[in-house]
Design a protein around this ligand. Structure first.
Ligand SMILES: [Zn+2]
Length: 481
């Protein structure tokens, strides 16, 4: 029997405001436990929360970017539950009137399929603290630094059928929010966390099966594995005549399995009621017009522009715009040196290579567009060849502020050898030193010319102009025939 997987996603994203949602404590990641909190975010009696305006701005801009209708009159609600990471014993969230609804995201998956995922709603809420368990499991230490860090929760419709759609969606959310500058969306630091609701049904059926929820999976790889495991588990149960229990399951990365955590709770388990301490919020037409006017150029718009403006392939453009930091480095360098195809070449050949090989995150690239542009000009002017260029680029990429391309090339004597007399002399010497190879060439093995070119380049320290050397070698060899 053929089965179909049905998934919906709830994605929590921490907003990158400097201070928390209802107080002026810092939102900075890390810090000594319980040093980023105050009586408000720890919910001491008698304190009053005040909404951080920046949180509302960031949230609304996210809603607009995800094509949502903005709820002009929205408000906060209290979600009551007791857990040691939540000292107030309630979380301020939005249930009845979330600030954004009815959005959608258009996706292109890895295999090139176009999919649209609908967004049910987005609401604002505060984050809870963290519980740190001791190594031996006998003690738990609450750290309230994260209490009150602003979150938006993006709730999709159950529109996902395959894990590649989930991955494309999360990547798209990440780049969109990163371009907006409202979150760094780092899954590994927990600033973007995904819960996957998953059920299976027979192909062709329109009814939904009973779903389970997998919470806070913290990497794209884990999400793929968790989906594969959980869908297989449900199909096996159903094929053996069993029943799926609606519950929350924990994905264990090491065991590569999901485990039952608790039976799924419903909204009424939380006894939500309107938050009495915060007045309702109204969002004006002017505010929305203003947010639309400061909206940045998004990744897919950049792809179209790069293809038409720079003649780039779609694939190359998609890679560069996948991070706003890479796109910025590319655009600024092109602007400074005026040669998009050369900049593209070094981005693809070197920047992406080092990022993969040494696991450098785009936001941690220290190479400036000034240095990059200067380097491109030097290569273009033929002052160093591409082979030497690769070595210089590596030193420059990992070098610090003080690295000077000009100085480095001079000090290491790397300038390209254009001296045709010297090249001709070296060619002659290499031909004299290799009678065997010359005989092979004479017997018709023309490909051996490559060997001579290699030898000449080596003798000249790799610094000669490869074009000039190739020409000189071919001319000299032809004379021998
Ligand atoms: Zn505080």
């Amino acid at each position: 029997m053929e089965w179909e997987i049905v998934m919906g996603l709830e994605v929590h994203v921490e907003l990158a405001t400097k201070t928390k949602i209802f107080c002026s404590c810092t939102t900075e990641f890390g810090g000594k436990p319980n040093t980023h909190c105050c009586p408000i975010c720890t919910g001491m009696p008698g304190t009053l929360p005040v909404l951080n305006k920046k949180v509302l701005e960031y949230a609304v801009r996210a809603g607009l970017a995800l094509n949502c209708d903005i709820t002009r009159y929205n408000k906060f609600d209290r979600k009551n539950y007791f857990y040691p990471d939540l000292p107030k014993a309630y979380q301020i969230s939005q249930l009845y009137l979330p600030f954004a609804r009815n959005g959608h995201v258009d996706l292109e998956t890895e295999s090139g399929r176009n999919v649209t995922v609908r967004i049910h709603e987005i609401h604002m809420e505060e984050d809870a603290g963290k519980l740190v368990h001791s190594l031996f499991g006998d003690k738990t230490y609450p750290d309230y630094n994260r209490c009150g860090v602003p979150l938006i929760e993006i709730v999709s419709e159950p529109d996902f059928r395959e894990s590649e759609e989930v991955i494309a969606y999360l990547n798209k959310l990440k780049t969109t929010l990163e371009y907006l500058g409202i979150s760094d969306c780092k899954m590994e630091e927990g600033s973007m966390r995904a819960d996957v609701n998953l059920s299976v049904r027979k192909k062709g059926s329109t009814e939904f099966g009973t779903r389970t929820e997998m919470k806070n999976i913290n990497s794209l790889k884990s999400i793929e594995r968790a989906i594969a495991f959980e869908s297989k588990r449900q199909i096996e149960i159903l094929e053996n005549g069993g029943e799926i229990i609606q519950e929350t399951r924990r994905w264990d990365e090491n065991k590569e399995k999901t485990f039952s955590m608790r039976s799924k709770e419903n909204a009424n388990d939380y006894r939500y009621f309107p938050e009495p301490d915060i007045p309702p919020i109204s969002i004006t037409e002017d505010e929305i017009n203003y947010y639309n006017s400061i909206r940045p150029e998004f990744a897919e718009e950049k792809v179209v522009r790069y293809m038409s403006e720079y003649g780039m392939t779609k694939k190359d453009a998609q890679i560069i715009v996948s991070s706003k930091y890479l796109a910025k480095l590319f655009e600024e360098t092109v602007e400074k040196c005026g040669d998009p195809s050369e900049v593209r070449y070094w981005m693809m050949m070197q920047v992406l290579y080092f990022m993969n090989e040494r696991n450098v995150q785009p936001e941690n690239i220290t190479l400036s567009s000034d240095k990059f542009a200067q380097f491109v000009k030097i290569v273009k002017d033929g002052r160093i060849n591409k082979q030497i260029g690769k070595k210089v680029f590596e030193v420059m990429f990992f070098g610090d502020e003080s690295f000077d391309v000009e100085k480095y090339i001079k000090e290491n004597n790397l300038e390209q050898v254009e001296d045709t007399t010297l090249i001709a002399q070296t060619v002659e010497q290499v031909i004299n030193d290799n009678p065997k190879a010359v005989a092979q060439y004479k017997s018709g093995q023309k490909k051996i010319a490559g060997f001579f070119i290699g030898q000449v380049m080596k003798k000249l320290g790799g610094k000669a102009n490869p074009g000039t050397v190739g020409k000189a070698v071919n001319e000299a060899l032809e004379k021998l025939l």
